[in-house]
Design a protein. Structure first.
Length: 456
């Protein structure tokens, strides 16, 4: 048995290495032919066992060509990071370990790595030293957890236990968001029973930042949700003005910082986050700008007890509780994979200086995109303050055609968006693997295609 597993994993390593090695020479998005071939993975339900080596070969030979090359250097869609080599290797080892990260007794190494990574991230992002964290799948769940902690804390102050008595008859909670709130936060509010249509939406400026002059009156029944990194422009809500007003009123401030919170590691970009560490909770993606494998997110809460009370399910006779931090008490799931392993490997391999260099390089590359496209006569719609670029290639129809033809071309991949009445292409630079040569090659394709569209 052990010999067979060893041979299978060796074959897996060869195939995975080939995939990574060839990623820079292939189309970023698969073609129609590769997608059609995926039907070969289906068919009738197998009635008998198959050789694992043959299963792996089928998956690689049919599946690999139909992947989107997000681990390469020319994928600029959806603020998607690649996978750092150390994080990928740790992911493989974690798969071999197959640890359940619910409790210390189930996996001492998973529990300890979460504690270590929690402390490292709090320090890297300049958050309050005694904050606590939960390790979740993505920012949607991190928003859910942070807002659950907020709901629990505010209702507890009003003498109501939402964990015991639910929301029926509970004192009302107001939620204040910016006009550019991300859909993931609205989804979290829906799941928490706080609703999407009941939120108070604050107007934003031309970069998507919440206007402080338009903030409503805040009180101890209010959750204010602000952004660190607008998903279109990269802009930051003015936390330096918002957080003190909220604190004086007894309100809770939650930060949707999916990718923008990582700017804290750079002295050049940390000023964009001024005042964010005065909030009460923060939602952060790690499969974005930390470049770890999917899926990986973190919720951080200033007072860990609020997070634990909101998400802990109590105990049972067969669940052995330790006196230390039990991971499952800080996440919605009990059983889950040990995603702290990859986080530890990513941070350990980069160190503070390596992470800073990656963040600053990607921001510099975003400016390179903007400068080249402006010089070619196209309109950059946002102030490029971080790693996001919005560009218009003319009329809405011309811009849509450029996006569609660029995606079909395969040199790189960018998505479309609507920004304050404009149709735009969105360029998100978040990969450790992106080089300046990747940017130049991608810009050349954009300009070539845009000129062809213009020529009609």
């Amino acid at each position: 048995m052990g010999v067979l597993v060893k041979e299978l994993l060796a074959e897996t390593a060869l195939r995975a290495a080939r995939y990574i090695t060839e990623i820079g020479n292939r189309r970023v998005a698969p073609g129609c032919e590769e997608i059609v071939r995926l039907d070969a993975l289906g068919g009738a339900l197998p009635q008998n066992p198959s050789d694992p080596v043959e299963v792996l070969a089928l998956l690689d030979e049919v599946g690999s060509p139909a992947t989107v090359a997000t681990t390469g250097g020319r994928y600029f869609g959806f603020v998607t990071g690649a996978t750092l080599p150390a994080a990928l290797a740790a992911n493989w080892l974690a798969g071999a370990w197959d640890q359940n990260a619910a409790m210390q007794v189930m996996s001492p190494v998973a529990a300890r790595l979460e504690e270590i990574v929690q402390d490292w991230i709090v320090e890297l992002l300049n958050l309050p030293a005694r904050s606590g964290a939960g390790f979740v799948t993505c920012t949607t769940m991190a928003n859910f957890c942070g807002l659950a902690a907020a709901r629990s804390a505010l209702l507890q102050r009003s003498g109501w236990s939402v964990e015991e008595d639910g929301l029926f008859g509970a004192p009302p909670i107001r939620v204040v968001v910016g006009g550019e709130v991300h859909v993931s936060l609205l989804k979290a509010l829906t799941m928490l029973g706080l609703g999407r249509s009941r939120v108070i939406s604050v107007p934003v400026d031309d970069q998507g930042r919440m206007r402080t002059d338009a903030l409503p009156m805040l009180d101890e029944h209010t959750i204010v949700c602000i952004q660190a990194g607008n998903v279109n422009t990269g802009a930051f809500d003015p936390a330096k003005e918002i957080c003190p007003r909220a604190r004086d009123a007894g309100a809770w401030v939650h930060v949707d910082g999916a990718f923008g919170m990582w700017a804290a590691v750079s002295p050049l970009y940390a000023p964009l986050l001024r005042g964010m560490n005065a909030a009460d909770s923060w939602a952060i993606d790690c499969h974005k700008w930390l470049n770890v494998p999917y899926d990986s997110g973190i919720v951080v809460v200033r007072e860990p007890e609020h997070l634990r009370r909101a998400l802990s399910a109590g105990s049972a006779a067969y669940l052995k509780q330790s006196t230390g931090r039990e991971p499952w008490q800080y996440t919605p799931e009990a059983s889950r994979r040990a995603r702290g392993v990859e986080l530890w490997a990513a941070i350990r391999s980069l160190g503070r200086s390596g992470l800073q260099e990656m963040i600053e390089r990607n921001c510099s590359q975003a400016r390179l995109f903007a400068d080249c496209l402006r010089a070619a006569g196209f309109t950059v719609l946002n102030d490029v303050v971080l790693n996001q670029v919005l560009v218009s290639f003319g009329s809405p129809e011309e811009t849509r055609q450029v996006i569609a033809q660029l995606q079909a071309d395969g040199t790189c991949w960018c998505g479309g968006t609507q920004w304050q009445g404009h149709t735009a292409m969105r360029i998100s630079v978040s990969s450790w693997a992106t080089t300046d040569e990747d940017v130049e090659r991608s810009v050349a394709a954009m300009i070539r295609i845009a000129k062809a569209v213009k020529a009609g």
